[in-house]
Design a protein around this ligand. Structure first.
Ligand SMILES: Nc1ncnc2c1ncn2[C@@H]1O[C@H](COP(=O)(O)OP(=O)(O)OP(=O)(O)O)[C@@H](O)[C@H]1O
Length: 244
């Protein structure tokens, strides 16, 4: 039951995808004549309940295809659940896909303004924090280049810099830090730890188990779209290692 201290709650939330077996009209007709199903419904997430309290740092763990990113996308609101509901209290920010929310024809500078306002910052706040964001991103002269010419690491730098400066209540991170170089990755991790120390809620997806143990206190293990363990992170990681 969600209460005042709940940051994220999923109640009976599920997500199905339709897997198509045919890719052309001709194939569809042939399969229909043969009486074969042209698609099947596949449960990426079976109905699940999950409550994350304010200030918790939660690792979503599991093998490839277990449903971690789908769950994170439901929390982020970029995907709607097929059943149930998902609620988030407070300001949400994070990184699910490198470059998502950036407009390719705009420069880095323009995208900082665009992205920060999408994430709920007022223009005066953006102006106040602009130099700090740019310092954090550290992309030098590329700030005034259209982001279509950015490398994936540069996208990450700018997107992460904006996201962490929006003072999110709930911060979501998918495997994404993988594309940054080592120095930037360390800087991001320190920043994520700082957000957590400030009492903000973290939900992180990664296969880097030592990193999950460093960043998170709770681990939720998914298997075939179901939660199979929800425990202190070291126990959850141990559970996952046995099943890998
Ligand atoms: N848009 C989609 N359409 C069809 N199937 C999808 C879609 N998105 C995800 N899936 C499927 O749902 C399942 C769960 O995917 P998800 O990306 O959530 O897994 P994951 O645990 O994050 O995996 P990984 O560790 O490989 O990133 C996978 O089988 C995937 O193929």
């Amino acid at each position: 039951m969600a209460d005042r201290c709940t940051a994220v709650s999923l109640e009976n939330a599920s997500k199905h995808f339709r897997l198509r077996h045919t890719h052309s009209l001709k194939e569809s007709v042939v399969w229909a004549v043969q009486g074969r199903a042209r698609h099947e419904d596949f449960a990426a997430l079976s109905p699940l309940d999950l409550e994350i309290r304010q200030g918790e740092s939660v690792a979503l763990l599991g093998r490839n295809g277990s449903g971690k990113s789908t769950l994170l996308k439901l929390v982020a609101g970029v995907m709607a659940p097929d059943t149930g509901r998902v609620r988030v209290r407070g300001r949400l920010a994070g990184l699910l896909e490198v470059g998502a929310g950036f407009h390719p024809d705009l420069t880095g500078r323009e995208n900082v303004h665009l992205n920060a306002s999408i994430l709920g910052m007022r223009p005066a706040q953006v102006a106040e924090r602009f130099d700090e964001i740019v310092d954090f991103a550290d992309i030098g002269p590329f700030l005034d280049t259209q982001v279509r010419f950015y490398s994936s690491g540069m996208f990450l730098r700018l997107a992460f810099a904006v996201a962490v400066h929006t003072e999110p209540d709930v911060f979501l991170v998918d495997e994404i830090l993988a594309v940054g170089d080592e120095a930037f990755r360390d800087k991001c991790l320190r920043r994520v730890e700082q957000l957590s120390a400030e009492g903000r809620t973290l939900v992180v997806v990664s296969h880097d188990l030592p990193l999950m143990e460093r960043l998170c206190s709770r681990g939720v293990v998914l298997q075939g779209g179901r939660v199979v363990a929800d425990a202190p992170v070291t126990e959850a990681v141990a559970h996952l290692r046995v099943t890998l």
